[in-house]
Design a protein around this ligand. Structure first.
Ligand code: GLY
Length: 385
């Protein structure tokens, strides 16, 4: 009988978190120098010893040889497809090309895809896996902090449309996730900090003790301490796994994972989803805005807001809107972006607000003027500089 990833992780001393979804349950293994051992984890879950690796040009340059070597050691055959770097790759045309390449490589129903990259690669590969020959298995090997703690876990896959982000996709769970924190050593610091926003998010939305731990250890996490990174990824993945297990298709509690996202998506839309403001930075500022809104509405103590802002600054995260050449931040424009978001429900915006650090809730009961006041506070600060 094939050995499960859980048993293997135990034998190898690696941390692992189970995502319990009945017949679709899987393990997330978290460790340093895990890529070298990826083949040992992947071999037992394969029905046929042949896989297609989907990656991007940056990851290919840095890490592909290590993955190839690790698969070869287990006699796993592979074909590799390298996609361009960046959010533009999550398009219908790249998706079509990817499916064509997988079919040309004769990937059959009992073979497996490996998504080897950040959120873009995970999302497009997972979606390809959900549709190729009506569904093939896939494994996630996330290479960014953001994808290790968020997008590789929980089965949200998809691509963008000219009508908006992630509007085409499927809930489709991987068979295994291998989060190698050593891969973060080659990640630009800006991307580490953007991913760290999603780590803090778990503390803010449901785990005060984790937030306290991050106050002590967040600096070690962002500067490259392996043990601190393993712990931060493990706690984050466990928090996400618990929520996904309760609400896989986002009918309720999973919405808490969108803390900071209603504001954050508006900031991303205004800056064109590009390098002026990456997703994690939008989420970071969005979480501070959500907290300010919570404070304005009398839900949370102002001291909690100060405490979180102080933590952001301490680790080097963005705590204010960035000054961007040629852009005058405008509250009304940001508000109109919010109303175009796919999560607007019968004209109502949904917000995740906080009662205290570690205690968030979902509501649509928010006054437009309060939102504008919060936006004004941030836009005025940056426009005045
Ligand atoms: N990234 C939010 C979710 O997976 O639900």
């Amino acid at each position: 009988m094939p050995q499960s990833a859980s048993n293997q992780a135990h034998e190898m001393g690696d941390a692992k978190v189970r995502v319990p979804l009945g017949p679709r349950s899987y393990d997330v293994v978290i460790a340093g120098n895990l890529l070298q051992r990826a083949g040992e984890y992947i071999a037992p879950i394969l029905r046929k010893k042949r896989v297609a690796i989907v990656t991007d040009e940056n990851v290919a340059k840095l890490h592909l040889e290590t993955l190839h070597h690790s698969l070869s050691k287990q006699d796993i055959e592979f074909t590799t497809i390298v996609l361009p770097v960046g959010e533009k790759t999550k398009s219908l045309s790249h998706f079509g090309d990817l499916l064509d390449q997988l079919l040309a490589a004769k990937i059959t129903r009992d073979e497996c895809l490996i998504a080897f990259g950040g959120g873009v690669i995970g999302d497009i590969t997972g979606f390809a896996a959900s549709t190729l020959r009506r569904g093939v298995d896939f494994v996630q090997i996330p290479t960014t902090l953001l994808s290790q703690v968020d997008s590789s876990v929980g089965g949200k896959t998809g691509i963008n449309s000219p009508h908006g982000k992630n509007l085409i996709g499927a809930f489709y769970q991987p068979k295994l996730v291998l989060a190698d924190v050593s891969l973060l050593d080659t990640l630009p610091q800006r991307d580490v900090l953007a991913g760290y926003a999603e780590v803090v998010k778990y503390g803010l939305l449901g785990d005060f003790l984790f937030f306290e731990w991050l106050e002590e250890n967040g600096h070690a996490v962002v500067t490259g301490d392996t043990a601190a990174r393993i712990q931060a990824v493990k706690v984050s993945v466990k928090a996400k796994a618990d929520i996904v297990a309760e609400d896989e298709h986002e009918q309720g509690v999973r919405a808490l994972l969108n803390l900071g996202h209603t504001f954050g998506h508006a900031l991303e839309a205004e800056t064109g989803y590009g390098s002026n403001l990456v997703h994690g930075e939008g989420v970071a500022i969005g979480m501070l805005m959500a907290m300010m809104l919570s404070s304005k509405m009398g839900h949370i103590d102002g001291q909690d807001c100060t405490r979180v802002t102080t933590h952001f600054s301490h680790v080097g995260m963005m705590a204010q809107l960035p000054a961007i050449n040629g852009l005058n931040w405008c509250s009304d424009t940001l508000l109109s972006h919010m109303y175009q978001d796919k999560k607007v429900d019968q004209g109502k915006l949904t917000f995740i607000l906080m009662k205290s650090i570690g205690n968030a809730f979902v509501t649509q009961n928010v006054e437009k003027q309060d939102i504008l006041d919060v936006l004004d506070q941030f836009t005025n600060h940056t426009n005045k500089e």
